[in-house]
Design a binder for this molecule. Structure first.
Ligand SMILES: CC(C)=CCC/C(C)=C/CC/C(C)=C/CC/C(C)=C/CC/C(C)=C/CC/C(C)=C/CC/C(C)=C/COP(=O)(O)OP(=O)(O)O
Ligand SMILES: O=P(O)(O)OC[C@@H](O)CO
Ligand SMILES: [Mg+2]
Length: 235
């Protein structure tokens, strides 16, 4: 799958290989009308649990991409690969270090036309991803907008990801960020549980990610697809 195809997504479910999920739930997610499935998580990600989840989600033609957080868990066979780079960390491991090591190992095998880089700004200090990467989460709106401009103009990244994993984010931040991006697509993820939240973030973010709600309330999670897709982007 090409990056250009991912850039047209509006709604995506993120499944965590480290969490159990019933077959019936997977089937319902695949039939939900979502644009794709991202497989990834921060902790407990292994080749085995990622392979197993990939096998289960690749039953239909729905695009399924792996978001790589651990080089040992890269599984060939996904339709695409998302590579996070954490912009708001002082720990170079999560900005470039892990990437350089993985490149040394896999460099010549990488299917480049299936790879998309996501510039992450991690904003929930309690999230596992914030703790792992040492993300500097006390940021002003201007700090965040500067990262967005780096993603678009300096690094020319296809995606900029406002990551509030586990909590609902600040819609004003998402709106202001959206207004600063033209080519780079804005991904929003974090704490979507209710209709009002899904519709609010879908006004500003090109792509809305729903994660935890899948495991907490599958009925509500399934409804987020139409809530997001019915909402017009405001720019
Ligand atoms: C042969 C073949 C097919 C090869 C393809 C391989 C390929 C495409 C290689 C690319 C090379 C490359 C540069 C890879 C990157 C390697 C790497 C390990 C980079 C580090 C990425 C990174 C910054 C990870 C930190 C964690 C992170 C940002 C995770 C993202 C996922 C996330 C935040 C999930 C949220 O879920 P979770 O935190 O688990 O939430 P819960 O608490 O609710 O569980
Ligand atoms: O799990 P939630 O809080 O929905 O967040 C979605 C996604 O941004 C996590 O990487
Ligand atoms: Mg997890």
């Amino acid at each position: 799958m090409l990056i250009e195809q991912m850039q047209t997504w509006r709604h995506v479910f993120k499944l965590d290989p480290n969490r159990p999920i019933e077959e019936e739930m997977i089937v319902r997610l695949l039939q939900s009308g979502t644009d794709g499935i991202i497989v990834g998580g921060t902790d407990g990600i292994t080749y085995q649990n990622t392979y197993e989840l990939m096998r289960r989600v690749k039953q239909t033609s729905l695009p399924c991409v792996q978001e790589i957080s651990n080089a040992k868990a890269v599984v060939p066979g996904f339709d695409g690969f998302c590579i996070p780079v954490v912009l708001n960390t002082n720990d170079t491991e999560w900005l470039i270090g892990a990437h350089q090591k993985t490149m040394k190992e896999f460099g010549e095998w990488i299917p480049w036309n299936q790879v998309a880089v996501e510039g992450y700004v991690v904003l929930n200090p309690e999230a596992k991803v914030a703790q792992l990467t040492g993300a500097q989460t006390s940021l002003t709106h201007d700090d965040i907008l500067a990262y967005a401009q780096i993603a678009e103009h300096l690094f020319r990244l296809p995606f900029f990801y406002l990551e509030y994993s586990g909590v609902y984010g600040d819609a004003l931040v998402v709106q202001a960020t959206a207004n600063h991006l033209r080519h780079t697509k804005l991904i929003y993820g974090g704490g979507i549980r209710f209709e009002k939240q899904a519709r609010e973030m879908a006004q500003f973010a090109d792509i809305v990610v729903v994660g935890n709600l899948i495991y907490d309330d599958i009925e509500m999670a399934l409804q987020t697809v139409s809530w997001v897709k019915e909402t017009k982007l405001i720019r």
